[in-house]
Design a protein. Structure first.
Length: 574
């Protein structure tokens, strides 16, 4: 018997070395994917670190591996088969599925995709209000700027506009850190820490005794507040399947679009009635309430939930071999490499992924031009037409109505989406079907900008005409921002937060620069020609979404990361 066992063991070793795994006693073998999960390289020479990805549509999550920075594009995820810690493998390094922790079937109630609709609605409303607060604070500052100029003796409007610039720079830098951190530690801890620091920094602004303090602290307020803008779409992708996602995103994106519009409206009345400091105290009160509510928001990130489940199983059994199906248990010396790789990912994707590059630039310009409205509207309605601080803010209602229409017209956009044929290779409609609505929106925005340009002045033209021009502009702007983001989320799955982080960086930088040259641009060219310039810029960008609609699949096929994702699916038979 001993000799027989030794013979079987010897046979196993020989066949494993030839790329076959054989179960003792049955003679049946299955291929081991050479160079992937059963790599013969030692753990010291292989710098692979596992991080998660997901299949939202089926509610089943998969595992991927990140190579050491510098390999395949400097740290971009290289997707391979599951690789667990040494304790959950047999001596040959093959994954022991007996100790792999997974969902309890496709209907597992602990899977965020299977949570009750009421629970999902609570999470959606929470991240909606948090995002609304953060972007509201970016423009409510403008309403109180005359009071700050008077109190601190500031003579230049460009100088006081630096407060918006530092805020937008904070929104640009924050996602580079907070988005990948949520993919590393989970959504909840990153939200809680950031939403705690937000009101702390706002309090410092409320008590500021000089303008320099306001400039510096506004950067840090935006830095921690950016967690809502960059991570919230990922949170919604965690809990809503593809059928629900469009409506959920349509509702959510009312926050980042309408927040900047509500800022000058509400901020104008607050400044007029209570002074500029109360524009800050109001945000502090909102932030404190939302931070308290955030404790009720559960973790939504499936890899984090699986890690918790595996840890619980290890404690209950005292067996360290139990491991999450999403990622291996970090080995010694891996932690800081994992941190470094995750923090690098948004920038690497921004500069190497074709989809991220084009959509970041396109949405940045479209949304950045929106921030010129916060320069143009006060000039047109306050300085030229003589409206007061509160009433002049109401001029933004047209853009707000347009953004609301973008959500109301979601059934139309869904109908356009469903008109596209299902891809026989994937069994789903191509991501480019999401761009059809953007193609229409790309035409609306320049038309609306030119409409505003030639009705805003002279003052004898009724105010309703420039105000109404905001409706198609708000509709087009929201559709571009909304469906462009969904396009990235659908394409990059679990790395959606990193993809959107790069997008947020470009957009926020441009939004921060606009207030600096906007006043001089309108003073030099005049409202008519300055707004015409904006319309022409939007018109030049029209071919971008149309080009992606026609050739988007070819562009995706040139993406290193998406090619690896597709290869992994094919290897798994998906």
């Amino acid at each position: 018997m001993d000799l027989e066992k030794e013979a079987i063991a010897s046979k196993q070793e020989i066949e494993v070395s030839n790329g076959r795994e054989v179960r003792a006693g049955d003679g049946k073998g299955k291929d081991i994917e050479a160079g992937f999960g059963a790599s013969s390289e030692s753990s010291d020479s292989s710098s692979t670190l596992s991080t998660p990805r997901s299949d939202y549509d089926e509610g089943i999550r998969r595992t991927t591996t990140l190579d050491d920075p510098g390999i395949d594009g400097g740290g971009i995820a290289k997707h391979v088969t599951t690789k667990a810690s040494k304790t959950s493998k047999d001596p040959e390094g093959v994954m022991n599925t007996e100790f792999e922790i997974k969902w309890d079937g496709p209907g597992d109630p602990n899977n965020p995709l299977n949570w009750p609709l009421l629970k999902k609605a609570f999470i959606l409303s929470s991240v909606f209000m948090q995002t609304l607060m953060v972007v509201f604070y970016s423009t409510s500052y403008v309403s109180g700027s005359p009071g700050m100029m008077k109190e601190f003796g500031i003579e230049s409007s460009t100088t006081v506009a630096l407060g918006m610039t530092t805020y937008m720079m904070g929104l640009a830098v924050g996602p580079l850190v907070l988005a990948p951190m949520s993919e590393l530690y989970g959504r909840r801890p990153v939200y809680l820490v950031s939403l705690f620091m937000f009101p702390v920094f706002v309090l410092l602004i409320c008590l500021a005794r000089n303008f320099a303090t306001i400039l510096v602290v506004r950067f840090f307020v935006a830095f921690v507040g950016s967690v809502t803008i960059s991570n919230a779409p990922g949170s919604l992708g965690d809990i809503f399947n593809e059928d629900q996602r469009t409506l959920a995103f349509s509702i959510f994106f009312l926050a980042p679009v309408n927040g900047p519009i509500l800022g000058p409206i509400i901020g104008g009345f607050v400044y007029q009635g209570a002074g500029w400091r109360w524009t800050d105290w109001l945000v502090l009160i909102m932030a404190a309430i939302l931070f308290a509510i955030s404790f009720a928001i559960p973790e939504t990130y499936a890899p984090a939930l699986m890690r918790q489940k595996a840890e619980k199983k290890r404690k209950e059994t005292g067996d360290d071999r139990y491991i999450s199906s999403f990622c291996h248990k970090d080995g010694e010396g891996d932690f800081w490499t994992l941190i470094k790789t995750n923090l690098e990912r948004p920038l690497i994707m921004l500069f190497t992924e074709p989809l991220c590059i084009f959509w970041a630039l396109y949405i940045a310009v479209i949304y950045g031009v929106l921030y010129l409205c916060f320069i143009a509207y006060p000039i047109v309605f306050s300085q030229i037409r003589g409206w007061g601080p509160g009433i002049s803010g109401l001029a933004f209602c047209g853009i707000g109505v347009g953004a609301g229409l973008a959500v109301a017209l979601d059934p139309v956009n869904r109908r356009i989406y469903e008109m596209h044929k299902v891809d026989p290779d994937t069994g789903k409609r191509p991501p480019e079907a999401r761009i059809a609505g953007i193609c229409l929106a790309a035409v609306l925005t320049p038309v609306a900008a030119l409409w505003f340009a030639w009705t805003c002045v002279p003052a004898r033209i009724h105010w309703i005409w420039p105000l109404l021009s905001g409706v198609p502009y708000g509709l087009g702007n929201t559709w571009i921002y909304l469906h462009g983001s969904i396009y990235l989320v659908t394409s990059y799955d679990v790395y959606a937060a990193s993809a959107l982080a790069g997008n947020t960086v470009c957009r926020s930088i441009l939004e921060g620069v606009m207030p600096l040259f906007g006043p001089k641009m309108y003073a030099t060219l005049g409202p008519n020609w300055a707004a015409t310039t904006v319309g022409l810029i939007n018109a030049v960008l029209i071919p971008i979404p149309w080009g992606f609609y026609k050739w988007g699949k070819k562009v995706r096929m040139r993406s290193p990361m998406l090619l690896r994702l597709q290869k992994e699916k094919e290897e798994r038979g998906e």
